[in-house]
Design a binder for this molecule. Structure first.
Ligand code: HEC
Length: 203
């Protein structure tokens, strides 16, 4: 009899703990919805307020900056966590959306911006059909990155090169109009910026 009572007590405790488990799981499912769902132009600002990792800048809109930096700085690559924001230049960004956003882009959303002292305006955003101001499709290039690097091109992951050299990249980063006063440019960077403005008609 005593044994029976104990086993009833155990199954009751089990049922209770299973019941207790079910609830937080539902809540968790709600909690994991990413803030990337609600991103607008106002979600983006001065590129230099993000964290610099090597050549580019990263952030995480869902708060896990450490996880994003860990993948971005790993020599072996890795899958970027949901919420990751990656920017090389002020006018473009990649944002890691929640799983299921788009399998072809590995859930990256591509953005193209117009930036000014007033802030950010979104020129173009989406997945497979976003093109940059040189008429290049973001995905076509970024998909060529070695599988390990989750579509991050850098200089040696296998993507076709962009028509912007290092001095131009640094100049664009230093003169993001959303950051206030520009940082001082080297002669090479000033010349690069002038050439770039001439090539793109200032857009
Ligand atoms: C012609 C190929 C090409 C196209 C088109 C292109 N990219 Fe890239 N992208 C690159 C390469 C190559 C790099 C690395 C350049 C470097 O580090 O000097 C890069 C770098 C980046 C980075 C920094 C992280 C990384 O991959 O190194 C972001 C973010 C980015 N591009 C976003 C975009 C977006 C958004 C678009 C479309 C609006 C776009 N790119 C279109 C080739 C391309």
């Amino acid at each position: 009899m005593a044994i029976m009572v104990r086993s009833t007590a155990i199954s009751l405790a089990l049922a209770l703990s299973l019941g207790a488990c079910a609830k937080p799981t539902e809540q968790e499912a709600e909690a994991v919805v990413s803030a990337t769902e609600n991103m607008t132009a106002a979600s983006f600002g001065c590129i230099r307020d993000l964290t610099q990792v090597d050549r580019f800048f990263v952030g995480n809109i869902d708060g896990d900056l450490q996880a994003t930096v860990a993948v971005a700085s790993s020599e072996d690559g890795g899958i970027f966590p949901v919420g990751s924001v990656v920017q090389l230049v002020p006018g473009e960004a990649m944002v890691k959306r929640a799983e299921g956003f788009n399998a072809d882009t590995k859930d990256w959303e591509f953005f193209e911006f117009d930036v000014s002292p007033e802030g950010t305006a979104i020129r173009n955003r989406g997945h497979v059909d976003v093109v940059n101001r040189f008429d290049g499709n973001c995905l076509e290039c970024h998909a060529k990155a070695d599988e390990r690097f989750d579509m991050i091109c850098s200089t040696d992951h296998g993507c076709d090169p962009i028509p912007i050299n290092d001095a131009m990249i640094r100049a664009l980063q230093k003169t993001d109009p959303r950051c206030g006063a520009p940082l001082e440019l080297t002669t090479e960077e000033s010349e690069g910026l002038a050439a770039l403005i001439a090539a793109t008609g200032g857009s």
